[in-house]
Design a protein around this ligand. Structure first.
Ligand code: ATP
Ligand code: PRP
Length: 210
């Protein structure tokens, strides 16, 4: 049996919070992912490596078994919509909310809304559940710009401090989901490598901030 473990970690702000968490369970990359151009990092455990990739790609690597474990935002997992991943732990890092937002003067207007977002599936599901037909405009970032320039009436995006909304003249409307990063596990790996993965999950669960 291959008892090597690969953990896929979202780069960016999740990585910044995930590294201290991994450190608390005694997992440290041998090189600094913040400064290295490498994508694969050996750790202080010879059988354990990290791959550092874009947030949206983490579920794909884990689902395909190229990584056994992953650390990804709930926003990304909701959008990915896979029943074939275990999600055993809320790591309680990179916490924020997925919200609808818009200009104050468009709040509560009826009719067919234009909603700009990178979370197309989640947004469609959310408005469908409310029985509201919306036109979704797919963007890849800086959603806050869309209402200001008239591209959309609302946006669906992540909100933490609310600074980005305020700086762009927007107000939050509705809370769609509480977001934090989750540990995800490949189903086959959970079975085949349970002697390593189960104790690792237990150790992690003991150091998560409650
Ligand atoms: P990429 O750079 O690959 O396009 P991204 O811009 O979504 O991705 P980040 O901004 O680092 O990358 O966000 C990665 C994850 O961090 C998100 O999926 C979400 O779970 C979390 N996140 C994003 N913004 C915030 C925020 N303002 N506060 C807390 N967590 C956040
Ligand atoms: C995220 C998100 C919001 C902002 C919210 O963007 O897309 O724009 O954070 O945080 P706040 O409420 O604390 O202002 P990020 O900074 O990651 O930029 P990007 O997604 O455009 O890369």
């Amino acid at each position: 049996m291959n008892d090597e473990i690969t953990i896929a970690v979202s780069k960016g702000r999740i990585l910044e919070e995930a590294l201290p968490l991994l450190e608390r369970v005694d997992v440290r990359p041998l090189e600094n992912p913040g400064t290295s151009r490498k994508l694969i990092f050996q750790t202080n455990h010879p059988g354990m490596k990290l791959i550092i990739i874009r947030a949206v790609d983490v579920p794909t690597y884990v689902l395909n078994g190229c990584a056994d474990l992953g650390i990804a935002g709930k926003d990304v997992l909701m959008e990915y919509e896979s029943d074939n991943l275990y999600e055993p732990l809320d790591l309680k890092i990179a916490s924020c909310r997925l919200m609808s937002a818009g200009r104050k003067d468009t709040a509560g207007t009826g009719g067919r809304l234009r909603v700009a977002t990178k979370y197309v599936t989640t947004t469609r599901n959310y408005f469908a559940e409310k029985g509201q037909q919306v036109e979704i405009i797919k963007l890849y970032g800086s959603m806050e710009l869309a209402p200001a320039l008239g591209l959309s009436d609302q946006i669906v995006d992540l909100v933490n401090t609310g600074n980005t909304l305020r700086a762009n003249g927007l107000i939050p409307f509705e809370n769609i989901a509480e977001i934090s990063s989750r540990l995800i596990v490949n189903k086959a790996a959970m079975k085949m490598k349970q002697d390593i993965i189960k104790p690792f999950i237990k150790k992690l669960s003991e150091v998560i901030d409650r």
